[in-house]
Structures are given as structure tokens and as C-alpha cells.
Design a binder for this molecule. Sequence first.
Ligand code: C2E
Ligand code: CA
Ligand code: CA
Ligand code: CA
Length: 277
Amino acid sequence: AKARGRNRVALFEAAMRAESEQRLTLERDLAGAIERGELLMHLQLQCDADGKPGGAEMLMRWQRADGRFVPPDVFIPIAEASGLIVPLGHWALQQACQAWLRLNAAGHPLPLSVNVSPMQFGQADFVAQVRAVLAETGVPADQLILELTEGLLIKDRDATIARMHALAAIGIRFSIDDFGTGYSNLGYLKRMPLYELKIDKSFVRDTPDGGDGDAIVRSILAMAGHLRLRVVAEGVETREQAAFLAANGCPVMQGYLFARPQPLAQVLASLEAALAA
Ligand code: C2E
Ligand code: CA
Ligand code: CA
Ligand code: CA
């Protein structure tokens, strides 16, 4: 029995070692991914209750040389832990501005939402970086919405809020992503120059249930209404969810029911097709 126990420990240790080696390999490969052209941005349209697109979220994709995609839920945490998220996030901002220029040139000036990690937002020169990207591309600041998570406020709360105000002053808009899943002190909401809340898909998934799931989403919608914040529901997959959200006044929806995250070319084609229809 003792030998078997030792065996199991050895197996466990081997598995741990394999996992941390895999992480290190991914981290090393990710560090060169931009240069090798393996990163791309997909866009997921956000629609009103009638299905009319009013914006899109930029979502990063990593396609390795063998063609396989590494899921963001795998590589984004590695990027965050290693600090690589700073250059990757900067690249994502540049890509968003390039995408906006192409959409605008095609007659679809849709505001674009970009995910910004706490570490990226915490860079001393973040405001300057945003200004530089806007100046280089000529994209109006009010066409970018930065999606932040509640985790942003764990460190340096005052500096973070001051930085948000500095960016809001030039026209940048802010969204709280995955609202309701993180740091749950609502007092900070008042102090931040917010434009939008995104209802996390874990809450949308539970609607309509005629019970607690509905109550949570209704409460978020009511609170956002009182604070005059726009709401985006994410992860909308079914007609029933969309009908429930629309009936409760949710103005914007994002999810597979309306559109998948897609390369820009496909998004442009679907916008053209919708116009022609
Ligand atoms: P997120 O910001 O909450 O993005 C929404 C996620 O929900 C995306 O996953 C999207 O593909 C997925 N999604 C959209 N509609 C549906 C739906 O109807 N059902 C379901 N089940 N899922 C849906 P994705 O693209 O895998 O990204 C995962 C996370 O990775 C993102 O979650 C975000 O936290 C992070 N991420 C992605 N791109 C970036 C980026 O450029 N920068 C940073 N910092 N994080 C990023
Ligand atoms: Ca997001
Ligand atoms: Ca989200
Ligand atoms: Ca999420």
C-alpha cells in the first residue's frame, strides 16, 4: 500500500512537472507570436434587440504554426502572469484602431471594445500609449471602449480611477466586463467614469428560469438604469434569453445567437449582406 502511495505521488509530481513545462513552452512561444504573425483579432458584433449591429468586441486569437488555435482562456492567463499581456495588449489596441479604419472606410463606423488587463492598465505610460495610438491612426477616441474587470481595483485604486478620468477626458469610454463576478464593492462604481456594464455570461446562461437567475439579471439592469449606464448582455445563445433580456430593457446583446467572433473580412461581409437584405 505504501509503495502504491509513493507511486501515486510520483505520478502526481510528473503530471505537475509536465504542466509547468507546458506553461513555460507556451510562454516562450507566445513571446514570439506577434513577430511570427501568429496572433490575430476576431470581432464579435454586438446587436440591439432587433439584431442591428451597434459595435463589436475585439477578441484575441493565437493560431500556432501547425494551424491549431490556443484558447484565450489558456494563453491570456499565461500572458498576464508573465507580463507579456503588456505588449500583447498594446498590439490589440493598434489592431482595434486598424480595424476601425477599415470598418469606417466601408461605411460602418462601429465603436470597438478592447479588453484591457489590469497590468496593462497599470502601466505608468498607459494614457500616453492610448493617445499615441489614436494620434497615429486618427481614430476618434469615442470609437474605443475599454473593457476593464473589477480586479483592476484591487491595487492602487485611487491611481486607477484617476487614470480612468484622464482617459475619459479625451473621450475614451469604459465598460466593466464580467460584471457581478468579481470584486463586489459597488461604492467604486460611482467614482469611475463608466459608460457601460457587461452582464457576465454565467448570469445570462441562467435566464429565463422564472427564479433567481432572472432576478439577478433584472437587478443589474435596474441598477445600471439608475446609474445611467448602458448594459451589454454577453453569452446570449438562445431566443428565449434574448426575449427575456429585451423584455427587461437590455439594450445591447452579444452572443452566438447574433454573431460569432470572426475575422474582420467576414464581419465586413456580413455587414454588407445585412445592408443588401
Ligand atoms: P471576455 O472578455 O468575457 O470575452 C467574452 C468571451 O465569451 C469570448 O471568449 C467570446 O468568444 C465568448 N462568447 C461570446 N459569445 C458567446 C456565447 O454566446 N456563448 C459562449 N459560451 N461564449 C461566448 P474568448 O474569445 O475565448 O475569450 C476569453 C477571454 O479571454 C475573454 O473573456 C477575455 O477575458 C480574454 N481576452 C480575449 N481577448 C483579449 C485581449 O485582447 N486582451 C485581454 N486582456 N484579454 C482578452
Ligand atoms: Ca470582454
Ligand atoms: Ca466578459
Ligand atoms: Ca469572461
